[in-house]
Design a protein. Structure first.
Length: 372
């Protein structure tokens, strides 16, 4: 077997080469490829790096790499299902219009009439040393607008900055609490552009409570599929800065954070008042009682409408299964404890009583401003 020549490789490509070796050696071994196949692939990668300043993943590499990136995502409690991820390869697309159409395909496939399918769409990668070919400026493909007014924010305070940017670009919202934001794309060297998905394509769930009829009068709702779009996917040293992905919601993400946080929709005081709770002191635990009922409403509404969702207790049990499977495969389970524990009743889960190694292993998803 010949020796792979790595001399005269440009310094900025050394990281890419090191990561490519690590990825190919580990993933090809997991996939059952022989040593000579691994050697051949590494030889072709180093040749391509010398000739072009980058290298192109095979279909098998990008599909398996994306799945392993989910498996390695320290903050995700839902990793038991990493092998079920559907990967859409959109690396051949160039224009914003093509990107939007691919995103709409992703939304339709992932939504699946409520039976949500974990999905990632992978667009063109960033060439080392060059700008990303396209950036998605949204936090998620589906998100509600936030409008600053003299009396407070209408909608989602988390979206105020992006909403202002959309308005500067010419978008006009309805000024309601649940206006769907457009998607904003920025091609390298070009100003941002906004596009709207047809509202009928977006699965949304109106919230009601199994016991409190008045809950529906609050006119709360949330979208069914959380498609994260502000993270880059790194596989073998290659960075895909447009790679929106989704699983399904854990109920507390909506009921204990999005609708409950004081810097989001801040609904706990409203719900507590409608419940007739004693709010004269924090010691009455009115916040806790309102929080439980808000989360009960989220789970009830999603399940009634046939939209996939998981409660935090079941999610923790599923994570325990994931831990066992990984240990059976001889792999160390990494995790960020502060993210893995649910925001409601964390001490009732096994995760709360454990510690985790928070080392970031690649392939993985990283926020845009993270370097590792």
């Amino acid at each position: 077997m010949s020796i792979i020549q790595t001399n005269q490789l440009r310094p900025e490509l050394q990281y890419v080469w090191e990561e490519a070796q690590s990825f190919v050696n580990s993933s090809y071994a997991e996939l059952g490829h022989a040593a000579d196949i691994i050697h051949q692939r590494l030889s072709s990668i180093i040749k391509e790096l010398h000739e072009t300043g980058t290298y192109t993943h095979t279909t098998e590499e990008i599909e398996y790499g994306a799945k392993v990136a989910w498996r390695n995502s320290n903050r995700c409690i839902g990793r038991l299902f990493w092998q079920s991820l559907t990967v859409f390869d959109a690396r051949h697309l160039d224009t914003p219009e093509q990107y939007v159409e691919a995103m709409l395909t992703h939304i339709r496939f992932a939504t699946n009439e409520g039976r949500i399918r974990p999905t990632v769409t992978i667009f063109r990668p960033k060439v080392p040393g060059e700008p990303a070919p396209m950036r998605i400026l949204n936090y998620q493909l589906i998100r509600y607008a936030g409008y600053e007014t003299d009396t407070g924010v209408i909608g989602d305070p988390h979206s105020v900055a992006l909403t202002k940017q959309c308005e500067l670009l010419g978008w006009v919202g309805k000024q309601s609490h649940f206006d769907l934001l457009p998607i904003v794309l920025q091609q390298a060297g070009e100003p941002p552009q906004w596009f709207e998905f047809p509202e009928q394509e977006i699965k949304q769930v109106k919230l009601r409570h199994p016991s409190y009829d008045w809950f529906a009068d609050l006119e709360l709702q949330w979208y069914g599929v959380p498609i994260v779009s502000n993270m880059r996917l790194e596989i073998g040293g290659i960075s895909y800065e447009a790679a929106p992905f989704n699983g399904w919601y854990m109920g507390t993400e909506i009921g204990a954070r999005n609708l409950a946080d004081t810097d989001r929709y801040n609904m706990l005081p409203v719900i507590a008042e409608r419940m007739g709770l004693d709010m004269s002191s924090l010691a009455t635990l009115w916040k806790d009682r309102a929080l439980v009922e808000l989360n009960a409403a989220v789970l009830h509404s999603f399940k009634t409408d046939g939209v996939s969702i998981v409660d935090h207790h079941t999610a923790a049990l599923q994570f325990a299964q994931f831990e066992k499977r990984e240990q059976d495969q001889g792999r160390n389970v990494t995790g960020d404890w502060t993210w893995l524990i649910p925001p409601v009743s964390p001490a009732t889960t096994h995760i709360f009583h454990k510690s985790y190694d928070n080392t970031n292993i690649r392939p993985n998803f990283f926020y845009m401003d993270e370097t590792n």
